[in-house]
Design a protein around this ligand. Structure first.
Ligand SMILES: C[S@@+](CC[C@H](N)C(=O)[O-])C[C@H]1O[C@@H](n2cnc3c(N)ncnc32)[C@H](O)[C@@H]1O
Length: 322
């Protein structure tokens, strides 16, 4: 069990300082109830019905084991249905009710982004990440308010379509965004352009995350905040293999070395169903054993619009400095 379980978030003034183990808190459930451009409308029988901007979408969802609340006719009116494999990264394809555009615009706070019907059932945004975006922006704003001249450097690994890079940048952070896919980097830059945020200091880096991080460690670089959302399995631009269950411990060990002396946060998200949030928590606790601060772990969930149920989407563990 954690040393001192607490129900309310402790104030940073009462947190252990660097050199001591972080205070630990679990399970923590971080919930999003959606926003103007996102809603979980219904779920059940292995599927979920969501709204992304003006489009309703049906996708496989192995966690949705209950019974749908809405009438079948509502589900049948969906603009797009992803059919095929229920495995997260398995094959499958989109079927459309009518003609749909290649992209459509949506927004979260100051960031605008394109929705697109991608392979692997994605639509260009992971709404359950919203509590992390808000938390990171809050951390950056608070650090800037306390010390306006302090540069806040944030590293976003496996950054995909870039919302977790754009949002902290709007709060005043200098962001380094790393992804192995040329297409994903191009989409992220399109989102920056769409948001009218081209002036923000974001470095877009097309590279294998492990290689980039190893080089940053050798260079003695540091970051005040680190975000990583690694896939279970992925490839770098030169075919480098990323396997979460093999490479995560070494990656976290390198990232610990990149934390600045008064670092603000590190967030790990994992969509790997085979793991438990507790195994991710224990790995982070081991890695950050002398960092002080607070380590919280649990699940990211989405609350149904007008409904009583919540859907678990992923595991997370996040650390914040004292
Ligand atoms: C699950 S997505 C991350 C989602 C993202 N954080 C978001 O919320 O939009 C995984 C991303 O990792 C990238 N990726 C996979 N293997 C990689 C590697 N070895 N190095 C860097 N990026 C990698 C993929 O190109 C993809 O964009």
């Amino acid at each position: 069990m954690p040393d001192t379980p607490v129900s309310a978030a402790p104030q940073s003034s009462s947190l252990p300082r660097a050199g001591q183990p972080p205070l630990q808190r679990w399970p923590v459930v971080l919930e999003t109830a959606g926003w103007k451009d996102y809603a979980l409308l219904d779920m059940g029988r292995g599927q979920k019905l969501e709204r992304y901007g003006r489009f309703t979408v049906v996708r496989p969802e192995p966690q949705a084991m209950g019974t749908p609340r809405l009438k079948p006719a509502v589900w049948e009116r969906a603009d797009a249905v992803f059919t095929g494999d229920v495995d997260e990264e398995g094959p499958g394809r989109w079927k459309f009710a009518g003609s749909v555009p290649e992209t459509w615009e949506m927004a979260y706070g100051p960031a605008r982004y394109f929705g697109r019907f991608m392979s692997f059932r994605h639509v260009g945004v992971f709404p359950e990440q919203a509590p992390h975006w808000d938390w990171v922006m809050e951390k950056v704003r608070a650090a800037k308010a306390a010390e306006p001249d302090r540069p806040i450097k944030v590293l976003n690994l496996f950054g995909y379509t870039g919302l977790a890079s754009l949002l902290p940048a709007t709060a005043g952070a200098q962001v380094t965004h790393v992804d192995a896919s040329k297409k994903a980097i191009a989409y992220a830059r399109e989102n920056q352009d769409l948001s009218g945020l081209n002036d923000l200091p974001i470095r877009w880096i097309l590279e294998d995350a492990s290689k980039f991080v190893a080089r940053e460690v050798r260079r003695g670089s540091t970051y005040d905040g680190i975000i990583l959302d690694p896939p279970k399995y992925g490839r770098g631009p030169k075919g480098e293999v990323w396997d979460l269950f093999v490479n995560l411990p070494e990656m976290l060990d390198m990232l610990r070395q990149l934390l600045s002396p008064n670092a603000l946060f590190m967030i790990l998200t994992a969509y790997a169903i085979r793991a438990s949030f507790l195994s991710v928590h224990e790995l982070m606790a081991e890695t950050l054993a002398r960092q002080g601060g607070l380590l919280e772990s649990g699940e990211l969930v989405i609350r149904e619009e007008n409904g009583p149920r919540a859907l678990s989407t992923s595991l997370f563990s996040r650390w914040s400095g004292a």
